[in-house]
Write a protein that binds this ligand. Structure first.
Ligand code: LMR
Length: 329
């Protein structure tokens, strides 16, 4: 009997260890729309993959789909709700349709620079906005940074009047549409992957993008220079569905969480560097960068800033005040 019990225990133990050895790793698909190198988001996702390979070998496989090769950024959140993709890092503007508090990130001339936006994102108010995504079935795992937005068009832009009547490609955020109408321009919502062709074929005349995007997507090639407005901070949310994230085994979720913390520090560190390199590369490629005098920049502030009044009630005056007065680290 004792022998039988011991033998049975041995069989059970063996089948468990065989089961553990042959258990299928969890496949996590990460879909994004920028190149895997030369861009802070693309490079951060590659670093993420490397850390998963080092620390979760045999347990998790991170499949990365860069440059919109799996989903465009206007589709990825729906695909995530359906369970077809597990991780993404869409820009903050893509979340406005799920929770209005995200509109704060696209208020023109609110954040001085990316460090200011990051300090607000790290504050209690910033963290609470991330938490609001749960209502829509998403877990906001962290904020990532991109950089300050610049304006460009197929003609030089120095004053807001130069933008009058032009069509600008915008992300799907009402507030960005209002910002473009405030300067007399016509906003046209287009997926990121469609922006280059739309600019080249004249479907739209201009766009707003940070340096890393202007360089990596080659927008500078088909625009008449870039105007350095720094009129808004652009960033991302690293996001998963609540079903997927909550359904992970505890040990794997804990390890992924610590990897994400490390990748977030890395992403924010390289964002500034990649934008500086991109700006220089655009200059080296012979494109003109128009720097504004304080007076010239103030004219853009005066033209765009009234948008705040339109959105103040939806966003909340307290939240806007908290963001404006947050001190950069
Ligand atoms: C855009 O739509 O302009 C950006 O979200 C693209 C990106 O991911 O940087």
């Amino acid at each position: 009997m004792t022998f039988f019990k011991t033998a049975l225990a041995g069989v059970i133990a063996t089948s468990f260890s065989i089961g553990a050895v042959f258990a299928e790793p969890i496949t996590i698909k990460f879909s994004h729309v920028v190149p895997a190198s030369g861009h802070p988001k693309g490079e951060a996702v590659e670093f993420f993959k490397q850390l998963v390979e080092e620390r979760l070998a045999g347990k998790v496989v991170l499949e990365v789909y860069p440059s919109g090769s799996l989903y465009g950024d206007n589709k990825v959140l729906e695909a995530m709700q359906l369970g077809d993709v597990q991780l993404a890092a869409p820009s903050l503007a893509k979340f406005e349709r799920f929770t209005k508090a995200f509109q704060i990130f696209d208020l023109p001339f609110l954040f001085e620079d990316s460090k200011h936006a990051e300090a607000f994102q790290n504050s209690d108010s910033g963290r609470s906005i991330l938490g609001e995504m749960e209502k829509a079935g998403f877990v906001g795992l962290d904020y990532w940074s991109l950089g300050m937005k610049q304006l460009s068009a197929n003609k030089p832009l120095l004053t807001p009047a130069d933008a009058e009547g032009l069509k600008f490609r915008v992300q799907p955020a009402a507030i960005i549409g209002s910002q473009m109408r405030a300067i007399g321009a016509n906003p046209q919502v287009l997926a990121y992957s469609e922006a280059y062709n739309a600019l080249q074929s004249g479907v739209v005349d201009g766009a707003e993008n940070p340096w890393a995007n202007i360089w990596s997507a080659k927008f500078f090639e088909i625009q008449d220079g870039i105007t350095e407005t720094n009129h808004g901070a652009m960033g991302y949310v690293l996001v998963a569905s609540t079903d997927f994230w909550g359904g992970l085994p505890d040990d794997i979720r804990t390890e992924l969480r610590s990897i994400i913390d490390e990748v977030t520090v890395y992403e924010r560190k390289i964002a500034g560097e990649r934008n500086a390199t991109a700006r220089q590369s655009i200059l080296d490629a012979g494109s003109e960068i128009r720097e504004l005098t304080p007076e010239q920049r103030q004219a853009w502030v005066d033209a765009m800033r009234p948008v705040w009044n339109e959105y103040q009630d939806e966003i909340g005056a307290d939240l806007i005040e908290a963001a404006s007065t947050t001190k950069s680290n």
